[in-house]
Write a protein of this length. Structure first.
Length: 145
């Protein structure tokens, strides 16, 4: 169907409700396979959106649920607050994916953001890396202006 890069609408509301502690909770990133049957965008609400549609990527070097995001950094650039994460790598992997979902594993696996890779990205017995966008007021995956 489709994958569109976006911070999820439910995340914005839940952030104001105090549900998410971005530098204290376990945040994860799960890969969405190419040829996905679901639609992933700002309306996505939970990691289960991927698993219920059987749209999670699979392959050597990748485990269900994805990987834990590391090096969470919350900063301010001008008047914009933003969150940055370290790039995520799956070593010795054979994976094909069209996007990813960042979710809060400590808060009911609630969706935070969806990332489109702009097409299918694959690794064959190599390293599959999700490079996080530049941590600035225009590009950070999570930013509040």
């Amino acid at each position: 169907m489709s994958i569109t890069t976006a911070m999820t609408t439910t995340f914005k509301k839940e952030l104001l409700q105090g549900l998410h502690d971005l530098d204290g909770h376990t945040l994860k990133i799960a890969l969405i396979k190419s040829g996905e049957s679901g639609t992933y965008n700002a309306t996505s609400t939970n990691y289960s959106n991927i698993t219920d549609a059987s749209d999670e990527a699979s392959g050597t070097g990748y485990s269900s649920g994805g990987a834990t995001l590391g090096s969470v950094a919350i900063t301010v650039s001008g008047t914009t607050a933003l969150v940055d994460f370290a790039d995520v790598s799956f070593s010795n992997s054979t994976i094909s994916a069209a996007g990813a979902m960042i979710y809060n594993a400590s808060a009911g696996s609630r969706a935070i953001a969806v990332i489109s890779f702009g097409g299918t990205v694959a690794s064959t017995a190599g390293t599959f890396t999700v490079a996080m966008p530049t941590a600035d007021a225009s590009d950070a995956i999570i930013r509040l202006a």
